[in-house]
Write a protein that binds this ligand. Structure first.
Ligand code: XMP
Length: 494
């Protein structure tokens, strides 16, 4: 890897400030800047439909939005909902590694075109047992197999959802292969042929079997026809929703930590985020280098990218990239629940993004902004400053799909969700109860109740309308054009 000297980086940063139309000091936060209108070649903002952006060497997303790896923001519901709309969410690292793995599995299984290892049930099980299994895996149907994993039927939602007697046996309720009511296909069937079979037979699920009749996979109509309903949905080559994996750094790089990293790499996610609030640190160096080493040396992991954060200076960004990061997450203290700045540390966010993104571009890497977005205009500022995408917490925690549970206010007319900073007393207590925090630190985050706004789709539509309006003032048709064309002016905080 070609490295850059301090002098080269400083010079490029100065040039970037000139290009943006900003003085280098004093440092700039979201509220210190505005954009002047420019002659635009956009007739209507509806012309702007392409919000796609590259966030790492192998990952391109369709809207510049990342879901925060926070306990109240992201679990599998948010991971699925955001992928449907074209963004990508990261599970919180504070859970047991198996819980993180389960969120990824559930995301991969949801509305997936090809499920390689479908969940199966034996015919002698009761409906009650089958329902428990479906609930555990967040699915609505099961393949029914004999003890040699040969397919004998399908228990679809049509077969069980009107049945009140839960003691009935799966074998008596299922659509059976014997009675020739079940359509199957060989495991080599193409998606195009599967589509024809679905159209002809009007079925929802197509089990795949080998020459011995053993189950080898399952194609779902929902997964296959999905892009017609959600054109921005993000899927991998197997038709699964895209999501990230997340891991913390801990105090030392232990054998357990290494096993956890490998466990996540085995999950076939396109990107793994290594997250800690203070990433320019030796414990990050150990974990990041070990992860990058595994990816470089084990062929099956070769297409997985690594993101790391958080930092807020160019020195921190350079450090992470030289340890192996493909993307750098930037933000120390701008977040809505943050109290890190009470320690006196943390560069104002626009300055942090400008200076870190100069480094990520020099090295051919990617910059993610994180924390503090209140309006679409803040995302525009961040993209012009150099962010390839932005991580959101507060703006999406008040949606139906966020991980927090909604509760009504005392009059019962508004629902709220509690949003806790990751370093708040409440999250620290939860982590202690789970046994993954040794002692409580001085809180660097707080909690608040946020009203429930509606489905994530509404929130994102609102944001994208705002972003396209902002882009139209520069005549920018894409996210990268916005970065190239945008200039900023400094103002006093309003
Ligand atoms: P927003 O503003 O979108 O920010 O809610 C989400 C980001 O805030 C960071 N975060 C914290 N920062 N103390 C902090 O100083 C905390 O307790 C805390 N919790 C979250 C994090 O980077 C997240 O993505």
């Amino acid at each position: 890897m070609k490295t850059f000297t301090e002098k080269e980086i400083e010079q490029t940063i100065n040039e970037e400030y000139l290009r943006l139309g900003l003085p280098r000091s004093p440092a700039i936060g979201f509220d210190h800047i505005y954009h002047e209108e420019q002659k635009s070649n956009t007739r209507s903002r509806s012309e702007i439909q392409d919000f796609s952006t590259q966030i790492s060497p192998h990952v391109r997303i369709n809207i510049p939005i990342l879901g925060a790896n926070m306990i109240d923001v992201t679990d599998e519901k948010m991971m699925i909902a955001l992928a449907r709309e074209g963004g990508i969410a990261f599970p919180p690292q504070f859970f047991h590694i198996a819980a993180i793995g389960s969120m990824i599995d559930k995301t991969h299984r949801a509305e997936c075109a090809l499920i390689e290892k479908p969940i199966t049930v034996r015919p002698e099980k009761t409906l009650k047992e089958a329902k428990q299994l479906m609930q555990q895996h967040n699915i609505k149907g099961l393949l029914v197999t004999d003890n040699a994993r040969r397919l004998i039927g399908l228990l679809s939602s049509k077969d069980w959802q009107y049945e009140l007697d839960e003691t009935k046996l799966v074998g008596d309720l299922m659509t059976s292969k014997e009675k020739k009511r079940l359509i199957t296909a060989p495991k080599s069937v193409s998606f195009a042929d599967a589509e024809k079979i679905f159209l002809k037979h009007k079925k929802e699920k197509l089990p795949l079997v080998d020459g011995w009749g053993k189950v080898t996979g399952l194609i779902t109509a929902r997964g296959l026809f999905y892009n017609r309903f959600y054109p921005r949905a993000l899927r991998d080559e197997k038709g699964r929703f895209l999501c990230g994996a997340t891991i913390g750094v801990g105090r030392h790089l232990t054998k357990t930590k290494l096993k956890e990293i490998e466990y996540l790499l085995e999950k076939e996610v396109p990107i793994i985020l290594i997250d800690t609030s203070r990433a320019w640190a030796i414990n990050m160096e150990d974990v990041l280098k070990a992860t990058a080493h595994l990816i470089r040396h084990i062929k099956k992991y070769a297409n997985i990218d690594v993101a790391a954060g958080n930092v807020s200076t160019w020195g921190g960004a350079k450090f992470l990239i030289e340890c192996g990061a493909d993307a750098v997450k930037v933000g120390q203290g701008p977040g809505s629940q943050c109290q890190t700045r009470k320690t006196g540390t943390g560069t104002p966010q626009i300055t942090a993004i400008i200076e870190c993104s100069v480094v990520t571009r020099l090295y051919g890497k990617y910059c993610w902004g994180d924390g503090g977005v209140k309006t679409p205009g803040d995302i525009i500022h961040a993209i012009i400053a150099g962010a390839n995408a932005y991580m959101l917490g507060k703006l999406i925690v008040g949606t139906e799909e966020s991980a927090a549970t909604a509760f009504p206010n005392k009059d019962g007319d508004i629902r709220y969700k509690t949003y806790r900073g990751s370093a708040s007393v409440s999250v620290q207590q939860e982590r202690q109860a789970q046994g993954n925090l040794d002692y409580q630190r001085r809180p660097e985050g707080f909690k608040e109740d946020v009203p429930v706004f509606g489905p994530l789709k509404w929130r994102l539509n609102d944001l994208l309308h705002g972003i396209s309006s902002g882009m139209s003032f520069f005549g920018a048709k894409t996210v990268s054009e916005l970065h190239e064309k945008g200039i900023m002016r400094r103002k006093e905080k309003e």
